[in-house]
Design a protein around this ligand. Sequence first.
Ligand code: ZN
Ligand code: ZN
Length: 173
Amino acid sequence: MLSLNLNKIRTAQERFEQVYTAEQFGQEADFRVVEPISLTFDIFKDKEQFRLVGRVKTTLELSCGRCLEPFALPVDQTFDLRYQPHAQNTGEGEREIEEDDLTTAFYENDEIDLGQLMREQFYLALPMKPLCAADCKGLCPVCGTNLNRGTCVCSRSWVDPRLEALKQFRTKS
Ligand SMILES: [Zn+2]
Ligand SMILES: [Zn+2]
């Protein structure tokens, strides 16, 4: 775990700068980190509350949603996050997280999980529909040719297999 030991933060404001390798960050299902991650922030301490204001930069590799080819996505996310101690299992005393409170996270055991922080920032940076290019032509649904790179002789009027199945069903009955 890439963690920040809060016991080492002794003054009201400190600067944090670190570079992590892709290996240190680890594996993720939806993307691959392909360049070292630069994480820099100022940390403001107010008793047990901490505020982290900074940025995380790297390059992620995603798969195109149309042609399935990997492509690089440069990431440069700024963040402003508040951390407070995780409420002990008090039940009633635990307050609901309000709408405007989404930037408040919790820490446990005097540690902030920086791996989790970076992971969340990467997910925020991911596009809804990852495409290698806005005009990616995708794959031919019949032969699988990547139409960005080549052409094929398949019929342009592709029939939805679900409709085809429905047609056959109708002919039978
Ligand atoms: Zn593509
Ligand atoms: Zn084809």
